[in-house]
Design a protein around this ligand. Structure first.
Ligand SMILES: [Zn+2]
Length: 137
């Protein structure tokens, strides 16, 4: 009777979840001392590390791909959006600036404006709602 209820209960618990880990850590301890506090090795409430859009999808920046690079360029000023707008990590933002400079020197992208061909491309982020407010604002 008891084992059947345990199997049904274990089917309800998602394997790998924090609750399953808690059960796994508490089971052997019940035989030792039930009143002993439980020590967990990792924080069950820890949030997953946020990743930028290029790291998340493992997108390689290429200077011969102006369509992707133009999505990080402002429609109005032709300048590259900053990190607080794009949400890129420091490494990818630096790489983006280098790639855009190389692409502009190679003639794949216009320098002062966004190419009108790519004006209707889908937006990766909303420049009017930055992730964090700008330090000068
Ligand atoms: Zn990143």
């Amino acid at each position: 009777m008891f084992s059947a209820s345990v199997t049904i209960f274990s089917r309800c618990v998602k394997p790998g979840s924090s609750f399953a880990r808690t059960i796994a850590t508490t089971r052997p301890r019940l035989t030792e001392d039930p009143d002993e506090p439980i020590t967990l090795n990792e924080n069950p409430y820890a949030k997953p590390q946020p990743k930028c859009i290029l790291c998340e999808h493992k997108i390689e920046l290429d200077y011969k791909n102006p369509r992707l690079l133009q999505q990080f360029v402002s429609t109005f000023s032709g300048r590259v959006y900053e990190r607080h707008v794009t949400g890129l990590c420091t490494k990818q933002h630096k790489r983006l600036l280098e790639t855009i400079a190389l692409s502009r020197r190679a003639g794949y992208m216009p320098i002062f404006v966004k190419d009108p061909k790519y004006l209707n491309d889908p937006k990766l982020f909303d420049p009017l709602k930055p992730l964090t407010p700008h330090s000068y604002a």
